[in-house]
Ligand binder design. Structure first.
Ligand SMILES: NC(=O)c1ccc[n+]([C@@H]2O[C@H](COP(=O)([O-])OP(=O)(O)OC[C@H]3O[C@@H](n4cnc5c(N)ncnc54)[C@H](O)[C@@H]3O)[C@@H](O)[C@H]2O)c1
Length: 329
């Protein structure tokens, strides 16, 4: 048995960071063979073909096959896991409506091609921005595929949040859990530390001992640092987040397939949980149980947190209304 994985935008930066880790077994483990389908647009085919040559030169024992194509029917043929990375970036002078329209023109047809060609239990992870709304459009275009099979990546935001909290508390990052991201993968996102644990114990007391006024620290330091980390990376590195985005994509898909033993974050189609309008692709605290993402329900949400969540959800509603007006939904 092997798993067929389609990576769109495979000739781009995140694609390049993903391919070799997948071939090395970092996604599905050392025993699962993989077949890769690299889907690009004609301008990106050369880069994807070059990456395919390098994959061959990596002599990866787990890598059974690599196919490069600019035809979505070929790219999604028999696909078990679809990583939708390729997207239209915002160009100079481009309004948000133009960006949504350009990406709707990509993710609508890709959703339809997934429905027509992928395996029946395909799992789709949208990385390309605006990720939540792109996932919404793809899901709406994929007749016959349950919308629960479409997700948007917010794991990078969660990883950033856990890393910032770990640094503040001076503890190893893997001891920090339960720092979910709510809302949109954008500057309005709400990284929530109110349920955070360190080595299984609530982090609140330790945090208060270090930062003093926790609400003030969240407002002035933690939330902006996490929400604007992408811009910080661009400023320091001169280029957007790539390896960390690829790593978070692997975390998301690995947990989806193999399950979680605690909460994490993912953009999933809302069933109305926590008052988020049904059908929006919103980031929630989730657990992966029996191969399905399930929203962690019944959490206490303070008025302050609820306002933050509502602000990000309002942005998702605006995006949905904009793509509906464009005829993309
Ligand atoms: N969700 C997240 O956490 C997160 C994090 C980082 C980056 N991103 C987003 O990921 C996307 C990719 O980033 P990158 O750095 O790899 O960009 P990139 O420009 O290096 O690569 C994008 C690739 O996508 C290809 N592409 C464009 N349209 C396509 C289509 N219709 N089908 C197939 N391929 C197509 C391009 O040819 C290009 O090779 C961007 O939208 C970026 O904003 C998301």
């Amino acid at each position: 048995m092997s798993t067929t994985i389609t990576i769109t935008g495979a000739g781009g930066q995140i694609g390049y960071a993903l391919l070799f880790r997948i071939a090395a077994g970092d996604l599905l483990g050392p025993d699962e063979k993989v077949r890769l389908r690299l889907l690009e647009i004609p301008q990106g085919i050369g880069a994807a073909e070059g990456a395919a040559l390098e994959l061959q030169d990596g002599a990866f024992g787990l890598l059974e096959h690599v196919e490069v194509s600019d035809d979505a029917a070929v790219g999604f043929d028999g696909c078990d896991l679809a990583l939708l990375v390729g997207a239209r970036p915002r160009g100079p002078g481009m309004e948000r409506g133009d960006l949504l329209a350009a990406n709707g023109g990509i993710f609508g047809p890709q959703g339809a091609a997934i429905a027509a060609n992928a395996s029946p239990d395909v799992r789709v992870t949208v990385v390309g921005n605006p990720a939540n709304t792109n996932a919404l459009i793809a899901a709406a275009s994929a007749d016959g595929v349950p919308s629960s099979r479409f997700t948007a990546l917010t794991r990078l935001d969660e990883n950033r949040a856990r890393a910032q909290l770990a640094q503040t508390l001076a503890v190893p990052v893997d001891t920090v859990r339960r720092v979910p991201i709510w809302g949109n993968h954008s500057a309005t996102q709400f990284p929530d530390v109110s349920h955070a644990t360190v080595a299984g114990r609530p982090a609140s007391e330790a945090l208060e001992a270090i930062v003093g006024d926790v609400p003030a620290w969240l407002d002035s330091t933690f939330i902006p640092r996490v929400a604007k980390r992408g811009a910080e990376i661009i400023e320091v590195r001169g280029s957007s987040s790539v390896a960390s985005a690829a790593s978070a994509t692997l975390d998301h898909v690995r947990d989806w397939v193999h399950g979680t033993d605690d909460w994490t974050s993912a953009g999933v189609v809302s069933q109305g949980q926590y008052g988020v309008p049904e059908g929006l692709v919103c980031s929630f605290p989730v657990q992966s149980i029996d191969g399905e993402w399930q929203v962690v329900e019944g959490l206490e949400v303070s008025d302050w947190a609820r306002q933050r969540i509502e602000a990000s959800v309002a942005e998702l509603v605006e995006e949905r209304d904009a793509v509906t007006a464009l005829g993309l939904l």
